[in-house]
Write a protein that binds this ligand. Structure first.
Ligand code: RP5
Length: 161
């Protein structure tokens, strides 16, 4: 039996997937079930509303939302659900993701989006952070997260090759 997805990875465009895959890879590694969807704040606004308003009822515990440019997706999702939203600023072509970052991070008080770094590092960390949030209520996942950290530490050489 496949576990019900606890994390939703949503992105504004197919073009965001190479970045957002880094979040998916982390969740795969930590054995956290997720579902990935394309939801555009601007091109598919009705899909956005439907997704956000049903996120909690559909069992999602964390939403990871990545978008680039005028990146309204994470904030709009956060406005319609109490499920925690982690925002990933995708590296845009025109402004290298500075636009995405500022669009996502500057939320008004009252509607938080936990904003990560621009690009693949931010997506990978969003996956890890989602796992850490879920691990507060899942001891086995906490152990997998600790093992990941230990493995990462062990992989760092003392001296450059
Ligand atoms: C945003 O516009 C998406 O999140 C993407 O980062 C950016 C460009 O989208 P495409 O024109 O590549 O579909 O909505």
């Amino acid at each position: 039996m496949t576990a019900a997805p606890l994390v939703a990875i949503v992105m504004g465009s197919q073009s965001d997937w190479p970045t957002m895959q880094r979040a998916a890879e982390m969740l795969d590694r930590l054995e956290v079930a997720y579902e990935a969807r394309i939801v555009s704040a601007h091109r598919t606004p009705d899909r956005l509303v439907e997704f956000a308003k049903t996120a909690a009822g559909n069992g999602f515990k964390v939403v990871i939302a990545g978008a680039g440019g005028a990146a309204h997706l994470p904030g709009m999702i956060a406005s319609m659900t109490h499920v925690p939203v982690l925002g990933v600023p995708v590296q845009s072509k025109a402004l290298s993701g500075q636009d995405s970052l500022l669009s996502i991070v500057q939320m008004p008080a009252g509607i938080p989006v936990g904003t990560l770094a621009i690009g693949e590092a931010g997506a990978a960390n969003a996956g890890l952070l989602a796992a850490a949030i879920l691990a507060t209520g899942d001891d086995a996942l906490a152990e997998r997260l600790k093992a990941f950290r230990a493995e990462q530490t062990a992989s760092v050489a003392e001296k450059p090759a």
